[in-house]
Design a protein around this ligand. Structure first.
Ligand SMILES: [Cu+2]
Length: 435
């Protein structure tokens, strides 16, 4: 007898999980005759220091370390939901597995009837990566860049000055950048599927990140220096300039002067938590002068003093950009998850679903709008936007085809599928999934 465990919604043979459980099915093969069903226990088996998984019998957040199922002997599959057990993310593929055993006398019997290795693939603080995780990320970034001729060119061209109207200084700043990060993360995952974008938690010193072995250290001439073994040493962001141009104002012990995470969560709190106040730097002040886009986001860019990262038309040339924005996006994700009254908007559907209301505006400012450039649309009245959409549609991930080739603002807001949307296949190491 065997137990066959499948993940019907996954589009790869290697199974990746986040905190948001996904549907699996379990069925018995070659059951002995004479019993209508077989009692089976599914359990997570973790390597030392590896990820952990949890189970549920319905699509909600999973917390049980094992689950007992009655599987029909005729092989009819039974649904089960499996997700990462917060906060135990994987460090490598296969450091946790789903194992199936028969329950005999109330206890799981020794013989292993089925086993599926998985990875709890989570976006982590750059400071928490193992050297192996760090090096996989750096080599995939370098491969995407291809010394200035790789697919990275599309990401460089998306985030330029002509796209300003959709992506900065307005309400679509956060949803647009969430889509942008998701797209580049998926491209990196086609190179190395164990990667999730790390983040630079910029309200703390980052002694591991600002090293020659990771994102580099700038010298007096604002040229970033790398260790000889660092794949980023061959990075080309601008074909007219060798290496990476970044000021040296941020080093391994620097704590930059930006609004800290706690205060970010307090920008708009409680019943009526207001996304515009939380995000938008143009918000008209009543109790707080600025939102996330201005402080800490602009401050984090500017903290380097000089270089590509300090200017919105060139910041995307620097690989550090993607770790900076991963943290901006994490702050939004955390605000979306924190309960109202303790800093966030989780229990406030108005803040999590229904902002950007009104008829589609064709500029990415409404929750029903598609996002440029994945939609390929050059809209009248937005004449300064580039005439072509580089790179085509949004890439699929190894976990899901959601949100599809032409993502909507709405699908970015509900990225875990907590409010009827689709789970997009990413999550942060300190932001659980809870309904
Ligand atoms: Cu930015």
């Amino acid at each position: 007898m065997k137990v066959d465990i499948q993940f019907p919604d996954s589009i790869s043979d290697r199974i990746f999980l986040t905190w948001r459980p996904i549907k699996a099915t379990a069925r018995v093969i070659d059951a002995p005759a004479g019993q209508p069903s077989i009692a089976i226990r599914l359990e997570g088996k973790s390597n030392v220091g590896g990820g952990a998984i949890a189970f549920a019998n319905r699509p909600t957040h999973a917390s049980a370390p094992s689950i007992d199922l009655q599987l029909p002997s005729d092989g009819t599959p039974v649904d089960v939901w499996i997700g990462g057990a917060f906060p135990n993310a994987s460090k490598a593929f296969g450091d946790v597995s789903v194992e199936a055993r028969q329950i005999i006398g109330g206890q799981p019997a020794a013989p292993l009837l089925g086993r599926v290795p998985v990875m709890v693939r989570i976006r982590k603080n750059a400071e928490a990566l193992t050297n192996a995780e760090r090096d996989l990320f750096l080599s995939a970034m370098a491969a995407l860049n291809g010394k200035g001729t790789g697919r990275f060119v599309d990401f460089r061209d998306m985030h330029d000055g002509d796209a300003y109207e959709q992506i900065h200084v307005n309400i679509s700043f956060l949803p647009w950048h969430r889509a942008y990060l998701l797209d580049i993360e998926r491209e990196l995952q086609t190179i190395e599927d164990q990667i999730a974008l790390p983040y630079w938690k910029f309200d703390e010193a980052a002694p591991k990140l600002f090293q020659r072995s990771f994102i580099g250290q700038s010298d007096q001439s604002a040229t970033v220096q790398f260790a000889p073994t660092n794949p980023l040493r061959n990075w080309v962001g601008d074909l007219n300039r060798r290496g990476i141009w970044r000021g040296n104002a941020v080093g391994p012990t620097t704590v930059i002067d930006v609004r800290n995470e706690f205060d970010c969560m307090r920008i708009s709190d409680g019943p009526g938590a207001n996304f515009t106040e939380f995000s938008d730097w143009n918000y008209t002040p009543t109790f707080d002068p600025t939102g996330l886009e201005s402080d800490p986001h602009n401050g984090a860019h500017g903290s380097h003093g000089a270089g590509w990262i300090t200017n919105p038309t060139t910041s995307q040339l620097d690989p550090l950009f993607y770790l900076l924005h991963s943290n901006v996006d994490r702050l939004w994700a955390k605000w979306q998850w924190l309960p109202s009254g303790s800093g966030g908007a989780r229990s406030d559907p108005a803040a999590n679903i229904s902002y950007f209301t009104g008829p589609p505006q064709a500029n990415g400012h409404n929750r029903g709008d598609t996002l440029w450039p994945w939609d390929g649309v050059v809209r009248p009245g937005v004449a300064t936007r580039p005439p072509t959409a580089p790179g085509g549609g949004m890439a699929d991930s190894s976990m899901t085809r959601a949100p599809g080739l032409k993502p909507l603002v709405r699908s970015m807001i509900d990225y875990l599928g907590a409010h009827g949307g689709d789970h997009l296949g990413f999550a942060y190491d300190d932001v659980p999934f809870e309904l």
